[in-house]
Ligand binder design. Structure first.
Ligand code: THU
Length: 148
């Protein structure tokens, strides 16, 4: 794996590694007493700020929030709406046996704020084992602000 190119600044290997390490650190904050599936996220804004997120479940199930949306809503609620990449890690009891791809609702939230051809979604199982996708790859023909 190496640097990831795009219309914006190239995502360097060092930045990718920082996002993976940061996402893994978030696993300890995951509140998942019902599914025991712990998820951590690290969202890189275009200005270099990294917003973190974990999943937060609820006894009523429905009000649960995914790690990715936690990170996005933290950023947007602090005035930041321009994003470059997100790293997501997760697994049963926080074991990173495989990738934890974003759910459809989180992909749609990404569609609201990100350029689908540029925004990178990094799925990681470790610092060495990761794969990067554009939002367009994970949400082809997505419906977003440009459709209205
Ligand atoms: N989860 C996330 O945090 N992100 C996703 O994109 C997929 C699912 C969480 C929600 C719930 O707390 C647990 O994983 C099991 O679905």
């Amino acid at each position: 794996m190496g640097a990831i190119e795009g219309k914006y600044a190239v995502l360097e290997e060092g930045q990718i590694q920082e996002l993976i390490v940061t996402a893994i650190k978030q696993l300890k904050y995951s509140y998942a007493p019902y599914s025991n599936f712990c998820v951590g996220a690290a969202l890189l804004a275009q200005n270099g700020t990294v917003y973190t997120g974990c999943n937060i479940e609820n006894a009523a199930y429905g009000p649960s929030n995914c790690a990715e949306r936690t990170a996005f809503f933290k950023a947007v609620s602090e005035g930041n709406r321009k994003f470059r990449a997100i790293c997501i890690v997760g697994g049963p009891k926080g074991r990173l046996d495989s990738y934890a791809p974003p759910c459809g609702v989180c992909r749609q939230v990404m569609m609201e704020f990100c350029d689908p051809e540029e925004f990178q979604i990094i799925l990681a199982a470790s610092r060495e084992d990761y794969q990067s996708f554009t939002l367009k790859e994970l949400l082809p023909q997505g419906f977003g602000p440009k459709n209205l």
